[in-house]
Design a protein. Sequence first.
Length: 376
Amino acid sequence: MTDMTGIPLRSDLLGEEPYGAPQLDVPVCLNVNENPYAPSPEVVETITARIAEIAPTLNRYPDREHTALRDALATYLKRETGVQLAVENLWAANGSNEIMLQIFQAFGGPGRTALSFAPTYSMYPEYARDTFTAWQTVPRRDDFTVDVQAGIDAIARVKPSIVLLTSPNNPTGTPISVEDIERIAAACAELPVEGAPGAHPVLVVDEAYAEFRVEGTPSAHTLIARYPLVAVSRTLSKAFAFAGARVGYVASSRAVIDALRIVRMPYHLSALTQAAALAALEHTEGQLSQVAHLRSTREATSSWLQAQGLDVARSDSNFLLFGRFTDRHAVFEGMLQRGVLIREVGPEGFLRVCMGTDEEMMVFRNALSAVVEELE
């Protein structure tokens, strides 16, 4: 980091580093949970055509309510989850990261607390820090599942304004059943928020990797009609193979969505982003065509890792957390030297790998075998 002496940086940011996984030019990148399969030529053609249509209007601001995109997302969610939502129940932003930041801006702040279950996504405490929201966590069990009763007890004790559940969880991949989510939602509907008389916590369910879950598993979207303070966040970055477009979205009651509209920046979604997202949603089948294959790749890789004597967390996502290594950094560096970039994240002793193409996964397996043998 640059020397910031003499710069009036906020005192709570002194010594902090910018968030982000390493961006390195290596042959096999398996560290940021992307879909390794590029959009089809048909999708690229539609994106190009839609952007060409709106290019002459770029002197004008875009639709700040992105109504057409919200309508398209409602159509997609009806197909994917079986839940029919109105445009007023949906909101989109520049990746689910911006959605989460807006949630913290709207419902967090000084004197408020956000509660989650650790280990989980490492950006959550940064959203809390940036919005002056206190951050507390409940430990997950040894197998990384959520102890629902411990969570409910913590909500009653802490009185948070935001409760964060991630399913599948990042970095572990662990799912949470809808039945368990509903138990927590029911508790949130009854329990108070510190310093906000009559208010109850917003339960945010982060489903960034939900399309990779076991087929037939219901989504938390099924809870929104009964629990108006449940908000379900998703993204087009992962299963939809659209990470470069930066499109995330959230579904909830109209009241929660209107609260996010209060804190959003004006015209936050560019006309280009909206056009590209609409083009992708026109080709849902194509964009999701590799999801089933990536699921089978995950299961095959999990079996292979276990056959090597490694612990592997159960995963419903497109990545696996595996270990346990005495010196995980040495394994990470050994993989990097062999041209394979994975992620050094999560509990001590574990590493994370996202699913790549068949060729990339073969390189991963060969490299890991060589590294482990060398270190032994």
